[in-house]
Design a protein around this ligand. Sequence first.
Ligand code: ADP
Ligand code: MG
Length: 579
Amino acid sequence: MLPESTANLIAAGEVVERPASVVKELVENSLDAGASSVEVALEAGGRGLIMVADDGEGMDREDLLLSIERHATSKLSSPDDLEAVRTLGFRGEALPAIASVSLLRITTSQLAASHGWRLEARAGLPAEVEEVAARPGTVVEVRSLFLNTPARRKFLRSSQRETALALEVLTSIALAHPRCGFTFSADGRKTLSVPPCATRKERVVRLLGPEPALMNSIYEGEGIRVESFATGAGDSRSDRLAQAFLVNGRPVRDRMLAHAVSHVYGPVLPPGRHPVAVLYVDIPPEAVDVNMHPSKNEVRFRRPGDVHHSVVEALRGALGQPAESPSASDRLAAPGTHVGTGWFPRALPLEPPHAGPRFSIAEILTPSEPDADLHDVPIVLGHYRQSFILAADIEGLLLVDQHAAHERVLFEELLGGAPRGATLVQPLLSPVPVELGAAQRALLDLYGEGLAGMGFEVEPFGHDAAVVRALPVLFTGCDPGRLLRDVLSDLARERDVVDDPGEPGRFPGETTTERMRRRFAASAACQAAIKINHALTEEKMAWLLRSLASCRVPTTCPHGRPAILRLAHGAIERAFLRS
Ligand code: ADP
Ligand code: MG
């Protein structure tokens, strides 16, 4: 038998990964307690303090003491209840786990009570309770998170980063619970505030902004109701940050749901672009298993095919597309089987006429080594499908991805090895207002200074908008609003930039500012680079190859995808049995 304290630490390992997970558990408790307004505050990215205050039903003394006991919950009473969970929590694990790795204080009072109670627990030691004056509701304060688990503490990122992650969690919970009001502040500064909303639509617009225009559609069938808010074919983002799946009020990650979105949008959006899509899936609780993982952000549907179908139909409705015929949906590829890049037609063997070594395209056409140089400037031979430049150099044939290549060129120009402040800045003739929505507006508070340091001058405006005053010169001609929205969602997502060979993500000794500079440069470059399926003149192709040849790492885009595929001359000769 493990001692109680060890069991709690183990549970904490699963449930309390970082400040954002504490925020998630505490806010879910507030919602389960019927709160109509929840206030979240972080200090030092949650290392100093995580505070969640609600106006819910509160606890009496006995429940307060029980709340930090392992497997104590007020939300289940029989095993059958587990088959149809209607609350967000049910495992009775979160508070004891949090208590075991922090200094925890809970102050609570019930509506009718004349006074309240305060409990204090210190990293797993027995708790103390005293009587206090308190307003109805519950305030949970978590200090010195991971004080007794240094390994966990070491994995925490910068305060800014932890704050952004917590904000992301709160944003998705706020999407799921429109009737509850939420505020979020970091180090005393209020960055997000949404009032209780009467409808989901109102909440979505408040959080994600009226721009890009979201289309609303509802599909009902097979006991499933899907309400979707999604952008049309004209608006998209470079990442999936703005996709939220809310299943019975629970934000979840789910590959099947993500697949349903790309199934509908894949054919209408350019590669690498994703819609803004918020999907509310309401389904009888017994048709979905929420007890898959301690952190409860994955679910399992009893009938995934029906859910997939309903989501596809809802999104088609939003896009104004005709419904899919049943036979077509039967033929649907299973999630994850899409061939990602389309570079290598998979079964295309080159069969030499004689018995001898067999070659396949995939074997001989290889991405260039990341640390390989372009020795000379390749000569342009042609343009393939308006996407790839066919070229030759002394070593053989090359295929160059025009988007990845241009991304690389812009990225290095933007970083430029230039000292801070040397970026050329182009003030806009008239400042451009950009509608952001409360969620991205909150990110601007976190990242605005960093952006300004890179020549992207943006000022917050009102509650959910911003004004762009200047752009780095390289981006004149870009739509500033689109650029800003993309860059903010990229920064929040922290898609790791693999700029240098052999060093994914983070460089040793790199400061947060440098790291952010790199990430900004990568997402801005991606946004501004020549797209796939875009006609290029021969001069433009030659220019692109010249610029690429002078790059430090010409062979990959800043995210590490290949920019050049090579067919070595020796391999060509061998394949034709000429050597
Ligand atoms: P669970 O949410 O799975 O029940 P927790 O450890 O998160 O487990 O919480 C334990 C219990 O403490 C809950 O079941 C609930 O009774 C009580 N509780 C926790 N937070 C609050 C709150 N903000 N308001 C009222 N009761 C709460
Ligand atoms: Mg809970």
